[in-house]
Design a protein around this ligand. Structure first.
Ligand SMILES: NC(=O)C1=CN([C@@H]2O[C@H](COP(=O)(O)OP(=O)(O)OC[C@H]3O[C@@H](n4cnc5c(N)ncnc54)[C@H](OP(=O)(O)O)[C@@H]3O)[C@@H](O)[C@H]2O)C=CC1
Ligand SMILES: O=C([O-])CC(=O)C(=O)O
Length: 263
């Protein structure tokens, strides 16, 4: 049986924990210090609930982060310095150059690797392959309901209570989007990493009062031809900002950890 460490036990972490492959056991769970006792009581002795990587004295087969960009800052370098593989869902953290440098340094020192997970979007495989032949332009668009944008800086850019039609409230680079909307635009950074980079990937973010899904699209052009992906994702009931597919992409990484044929 292989052993998993998971960072974060919110909406996504709980979904992932409920769908783990049978051959992968959740052995360590990292939560914030104030929640250790409560979560330990909930999960029982089969899972060790921790608040610091240093409390783990064995090597997990895989670490998956489902906690947010702050958690990547807090725990990422320690995971990589130990030589472990870190599946990241809060990929937007990598738009912070200083953090990226420190993660690279820790990975080089310890031998760990970062797996940037596709998350709520599809088509990252094709985009990353297309890049090898040269890309000319990449546009990522994210469109969500007012409810999904609540509690984000969108509130300062548009009145989410009175908007009556789909409205673009942000245009900029993937770097700006991922850092300004850390709970909503990680996908912008994922598309950037797969394609033209943080500063050359254009992003549009839209609020759509008629939508109950999280819509993501990629338009890319290059020597390979053209790519157009549209994805309409159901949000998790427990967090409308987060698409179910994002949690499922973490489960996919878990399956890769145990399967022989990787797809
Ligand atoms: N790439 C993609 O497509 C997507 C990426 N995401 C990323 O996934 C993250 C998680 O999403 P979701 O589960 O829905 O969010 P939630 O807010 O429901 O849960 C986040 C959980 O992480 C915990 N947490 C926060 N900081 C830390 C830390 N430093 N160490 C340990 N635990 C921590 C929180 O605990 P507490 O409440 O105690 O702080 C909370 O339980 C998002 O913040 C976003 O960055 C989300 C959707 C799509
Ligand atoms: O789940 C989604 O729809 C996308 C998301 O929040 C993100 O990219 O951070």
């Amino acid at each position: 049986m292989k052993q998993l460490m998971m960072i974060g036990f919110g909406a996504m972490g709980r979904e992932v924990a409920s769908l783990l492959p049978a051959e992968l056991a959740l052995k360590w769970l990292l939560v914030s210090p104030a929640r250790v006792d409560e979560v330990q009581a909930e999960l029982g002795p089969s899972v060790r609930v921790l608040s610091d990587i240093d409390e783990c004295d064995q090597a997990p087969d895989l670490v998956v982060e489902c906690a947010g960009q702050g958690a990547v800052r807090e725990h990422g370098a320690k995971v990589l310095a130990r030589g472990w593989t870190l599946g990241l869902i809060s990929v937007g953290a990598l738009a912070d150059d200083e953090l990226m440098l420190s993660l690279r340094a820790a990975a080089q020192q310890g031998g760990g690797r970062i797996l940037a997970l596709a998350g709520a979007i599809a088509g990252v495989d094709g985009l990353a392959a297309a890049r090898e032949g040269g890309l000319e332009s990449v546009l990522y668009s994210g469109r969500k309901s007012p409810q999904s944008w609540r509690g984000s800086p969108a509130e300062a850019l548009i009145d989410l209570d009175t908007v009556t039609e789909p409205t673009v409230f942000f245009r900029g680079t993937a770097r700006e989007a991922a850092l300004r909307f850390p709970a909503n635009a990680n996908v912008a950074a994922t598309v950037a990493l797969a394609g033209l980079g943080m500063d050359n990937t254009r992003v549009e973010l839209t609020v759509d009062p008629a939508s109950s899904t999280n819509k993501h699209s990629i338009l890319a052009q290059g020597r390979f031809g053209e790519l157009s992906i549209e994805l309409s994702g159901q949000p998790l009931a427990s967090n409308p900002k987060t698409s179910t597919l994002a949690a499922l992409s973490v489960v996919r990484a878990c399956r890769h950890c145990t399967d022989t044929v990787l797809i």
